[in-house]
Design a protein around this ligand. Structure first.
Ligand SMILES: CC(C)(COP(=O)(O)OP(=O)(O)OC[C@H]1O[C@@H](n2cnc3c(N)ncnc32)[C@H](O)[C@@H]1OP(=O)(O)O)[C@@H](O)C(=O)NCCC(=O)NCCS
Length: 146
């Protein structure tokens, strides 16, 4: 199973984050990273991370394979964005990133549930979240209890 590490977005890896892209048919499912980064610049409560292969983490210049962004809203750790660059999809990185994120969010004692949302016709996301135990929740989002 793939393993990932999450590294904060910094001036050093910002350009690489912006360069990551989903496939054309997936663009309707998620904002571009540059737009997410712009939103985050006016929302200091957003937490942003680049996703890296855990093995590559020890290389001098590992490639970022994806991007994730979450926010704490009351007792909910809400995953606002999850994307894996089209070149790196279907290698287990999306699942591994969610597993790592759930682990991290559970470490916060105030977090009572983890949630996310996705377009109904986004089958890849639906399957991924279902396989991790997410169930339907309010306002078309999905949740997993902590
Ligand atoms: C959703 C996304 C993050 C999955 O990332 P990934 O690294 O390709 O996913 P993984 O390789 O870890 O696969 C995990 C599971 O997701 C599902 N999945 C992933 N891609 C899929 C596809 N093209 N079709 C159907 N199911 C898919 C499968 O259930 C898969 O499990 P399996 O390999 O045992 O079948 C990626 O497709 C993506 O970035 N999509 C565009 C952005 C997006 O839709 N983000 C989520 C909503 S905000």
């Amino acid at each position: 199973m793939a393993k990932v590490s999450l590294r904060p977005i910094t001036p050093e890896n910002l350009d690489e984050c912006i360069s990551l892209k989903v496939a054309n048919h997936q663009k309707e499912f998620i904002d571009s990273n540059i737009y997410s980064l712009a939103r985050a610049s006016v929302r200091p409560t957003y937490h942003l991370f680049g996703i890296y292969d855990a093995e590559a983490h020890y290389r001098a210049k590992p490639s970022m394979v994806g991007f994730v962004m979450y926010e704490f809203i009351d007792a909910v750790g809400f995953v606002l964005r999850l994307m894996i660059d089209e070149k790196f999809q279907r290698r287990g990185y999306g699942r591994a990133a969610m597993v790592e994120l759930i682990r991290r969010l559970k470490l916060h004692p105030e977090v009572e549930r983890i949630a996310t949302s996705h377009a109904k016709k986004n089958e890849a996301a639906a399957r991924l979240y279902e396989s991790l135990g997410f169930v339907d929740w309010k306002h078309e989002s999905r949740t997993i209890p902590v």
